[in-house]
Design a protein around this ligand. Sequence first.
Ligand SMILES: [Zn+2]
Length: 320
Amino acid sequence: MLALAACTSTPKPGQPWVVTQLEAPATGPRVLGVYAHPDDETSAAAILYKTRAHLGGVCDLLLITNGEGGFKYSTLAEDLYEAELTDESVGRALLPEIRRDEFLEGCALMQIRAAYFLEQTDHRYSTDPEEVLASDAGVWDLDRIEDALVERMTLGRYDFILTLAPTPQTHGHHQAATILALRAAARLPADQRPALLCARQETADGAPDPPAILAGYPETALAAGAPPLIFDRTQPFGHRGRLDYRVLVNWVIAAHKSQGTMQLAMSRGLRTHLFLFALSPPGSAAAAEAWLAGLAQPQFTPREYSSSAGTNASSSTPIQ
Ligand SMILES: [Zn+2]
């Protein structure tokens, strides 16, 4: 049973928030998600959950910004938090703590072990990563971020790093977070470097293309010839296979109540496509394939119910 209350224990400054106390050492994959904003982790929510709950792995998350730039869509959360969050000055003042707590609630649902916050400024929406990555940008402390990433990757001995795909259409912070993770990993000796992957979602509109190399950022090249890696959120389980992993993803999305547009993403992602970066060490493709094969296994043993459960073998109608 998870200790959700663990989220409420405030660590010393600079120390991680321990979300889940692991009762035994990890026996499965060790995974670190590196993201710019609280709610970016929803892209991998089911993968992280199942890696821990089914494969006995351990998953940590590292967040670069406080997410205070998300004030614009906080309309319905204003009553909840009793503050005019859509006013920029109010939102920027209050959202760092609100969004941290929302994020930690989601972390507990995914059985994340520890969350690391670098508390950089979420300055504004732009699709230009140079707004934070330029040497004279002065928005993020780039040296501190890269050093923190190197330290975390070194101490955590992760098998896999998960990021968002650095496409030119996405938020510049998303692109920058992935680029910084790649640069940090490149500083590690190849035999200590984790495999690096980015995620894109398949929806009813279709499957995503592999992200093209981002102009000006050669580190974003994908590994040539790597097999497709797909996590199917719609793999059925539970009574008559009526449940799937979108439920878990939706729980994590729901935790981010200050982010209105994120709520409308519920159930949209059907399959998560993971793409391997070329910087990954030898053997990464096979290791990632084995991880995804484990994640495709059934997690739950179906139960048999008698008529006392209000169901019968011939009925296909959901019981209310
Ligand atoms: Zn984001």
